[in-house]
Write a protein that binds this ligand. Structure first.
Ligand code: FAD
Length: 591
């Protein structure tokens, strides 16, 4: 077989969202030769959609500090988060946000010129008191947009090389020592395949919400990093935990930020009752997301939903001043008008819980190094491989993420992984090692099968069945018989996905081929999710099992690891010891 063209870099970053761009900036500023691959133009990455804010205890409006933020994050995670990583993130929050401000991020301001901060679900003062902390640093309701553009401009200034509309397909692992030495990638414009070789490969491919029918996630969020890792024989961690955001526009799924409730909006059922007062008497509509989503689902199930079919709830903002809605929530008003045909200045917005965020992902430590069980260690470092952002499981979000902690995670762990890559590369001999024999062959075989198929399954049919199955069998509440049936269905779907057929065999910008390749990654993501969910016999954070309604710390205070081969599961302990403070002991979680 003819050999593939090879391009060499010091480091490759797969993904140009907030995490990839923050990491790349660190690398480019250190004068490393870095390439950032992205399926879309960098500023179209999904970070651009983030609305409400970035968490940092700046204390610009209310008293605040990293200890309180850490407490809220550990509790929000339902005690499954690694407390060393959580302390690390909360302690670096002020630094990375101020740094972003100095890069030119156009934050909103309060009268004294400091960054505007709003309350967000689960972020409290004084270790979970009923008083909310004003911790979310915001640029109106377009915080991600402002952040992504700021980071992109800084990268352009630092000469980061962008490979735009390039799709990474597989990792290249050296069988000698298991090190990652780069990726095989497809240039979408030409359809050509190349090897991108690097001393460090950082996956920052974002989320995979497209495994569900109703999601706030963009079409590009197909779990490519997860698929690549799974095919390389490495595990995925805590994939059972998917966050349902309480307020997606009913019927459309588009997000209405929690910032709306931070600004004073609240939820109503068909009787006009502010029902969150019953479920979370202290923090009410600003309880954490899993709590609010479950309350909403219960209201609908018990017949208190709104509309002709009783299948949504209403979000009320019309008591807020119109000028505040226009100034602080302009994007939300536009979304409500366009997607729900209501103007929130006068009308209520119809909302339902919608899949939003994956808490699990590629297992890493808080320096971004990918860690896997090997020999006696549960967390041996995979040389040359790093992950950051939503595709990574550090794990700071545990079983449930607090709003605004993701943008923070991108900045903190994007920067930390960049710092670690620099250290690791500087300790290596300068020439690249020889590529392993047959590098790229497995990927080429995969593509050859797809291009050679004359009949088979249509991508759209398999994709729709997968998304419907996940929605019906692994949703807000999880029932044992649904999970068991769901596992069987996803296995059948995976088998169908191995027989995909595309009619268009052309090379130039063939989106049919791209969608088929993405589907393979979605299948790995869905499989890991439903197998891990079926196995975890407890309720914790986003996993709410009808047959095991309580958290079970004695048996299940552990991280799940799923392997593609044989759908094998393994477990590893939660890091309960923080870096410098006392352990935050598990308690019953109330809001
Ligand atoms: C509507 C919405 C609102 C949100 N609001 C907030 C908020 O206010 N605060 C908060 O903290 N969090 C928020 N979140 C969550 C947060 O925005 C995301 O978790 C975060 O932006 C993900 O960033 P990322 O860098 O991991 O990936 P993304 O920004 O998703 O970027 C992924 C990148 O990977 C690239 N990529 C993927 N696969 C490949 C491949 N195979 N080859 C090459 N490139 C690839 C893509 O092209 C893209 O560049 C929100 C999420 C949504 C959906």
């Amino acid at each position: 077989m003819e050999s593939l063209p090879v391009r060499r870099f010091d480091a490759i970053v797969v993904g140009a969202g907030g995490s990839g761009m923050r990491a790349a900036l660190e690398l480019a500023r250190a004068n490393l030769k870095v390439a950032v691959l992205s399926k879309v133009f960098p500023t179209r990455s999904h970070t651009v959609a983030a609305q409400g804010g970035i968490a940092a205890p700046l204390a610009n409006t209310t008293e605040d500090n990293w200890h309180w933020h850490m407490y809220d994050t550990v509790k929000g995670a339902d005690y499954l988060g690694d407390q060393d990583a959580i302390e690390y993130m909360c302690r670096r929050a002020v630094e990375v946000v101020v740094e972003l401000e100095h890069m030119g991020m156009p934050f909103d301001r309060i009268e004294n010129g400091k960054i505007y901060q709003r309350p967000f679900g689960g972020h409290t003062q004084a270790y979970g008191s009923p008083k909310m902390a004003m911790r979310a640093c915001a640029a109106a309701d377009r915080t991600g947009h402002a952040m992504l553009h700021t980071l992109y401009q800084q990268n352009v200034r630092s000469n980061t090389q962008f490979l735009v509309e390039w799709m990474a397909l597989d990792l290249i692992i050296d069988p000698q020592d298991g090190a990652c030495v780069g990726v095989v990638a497809l240039e979408m414009e030409t359809g050509e395949i190349s090897i991108l070789q690097a001393k460090a490969t950082l996956l920052a491919t974002g989320g995979a919400g497209r495994i569900y029918w109703a999601t706030t996630n963009a079409f590009i969020n197909t779990g490519d990093g997860l698929g690549m890792v799974a095919r390389a024989g490495l595990p995925l961690e805590d994939m059972e935990f998917w966050q349902f955001h309480p307020t997606g526009v009913a019927g459309a799924g588009v997000l209405i930020t929690e910032g709306v409730r931070g600004e004073g909006g609240y939820l109503l059922n068909k009787d006009g009752e502010r029902f969150m007062e019953r479920y979370a008497p202290n923090n009410k509509d600003l309880a954490s997301r899993d709590v609010v989503s479950r309350a909403m689902t219960t209201e609908i199930k018990e017949g208190r939903g709104c509309g002709p079919h009783g299948d949504y709830l209403e979000l009320k903002l019309s008591h807020l001043k119109p000028e505040d809605i226009i100034k602080r929530l302009p994007g939300i008003r536009e979304i409500a008008i366009k997607f729900a045909n209501v103007d929130p200045i006068r009308d209520h917005i119809p909302v339902v819980p919608t899949v939003h965020y994956q808490m699990g992902g590629i297992p890493t430590n808080y320096m971004g190094q990918v860690v896997v069980p090997e020999g006696a260690s549960k967390e041996a470092i995979v040389p040359g491989l790093y992950a950051a952002g939503e595709c990574a499981c550090v794990s700071v979000h545990g079983a449930n993420r607090l709003g605004t902690n993701s943008l923070l995670d991108l900045l903190v762990f994007g920067k930390a992984s960049g710092e670690q890559v620099i250290k690791d590369i500087r300790g290596q001999p300068s020439p690249h090692r020889a590529l392993p024999r047959g590098a790229g062959d497995a990927t080429r075989a995969r593509l050859a099968r797809l291009d050679g198929a004359t009949s088979g399954e249509r991508v759209v049919d398999v994709l729709n069945d997968l998304r419907r199955t996940m929605q019906a069998h692994c949703g807000v509440f999880r029932f044992p018989e649904d999970l068991v049936a769901g596992v069987a269905k996803v296995k059948t779907i995976a088998e169908r996905a191995s027989r995909l057929f595309i009619a268009d065999k052309s090379k130039v910008f063939n989106t049919a081929r791209v969608e088929a390749l993405e589907l393979e990654n979605l299948v790995e993501t869905a499989m890991s999710t439903i197998i891990s969910a079926e196995a975890r016999k407890e309720s914790r954070g986003a996993q709410a099992r009808a047959d095991f309604p309580e958290r079970d710390d004695r048996n299940w205070m552990k991280h799940t690891l799923w392997y593609k081969e044989g759908n094998r599961l393994d477990y590893k302990p939660v890091h309960q010891r923080p870096l410098s403070v006392e352990t935050m002991e598990p308690k019953v979680r109330t809001y």
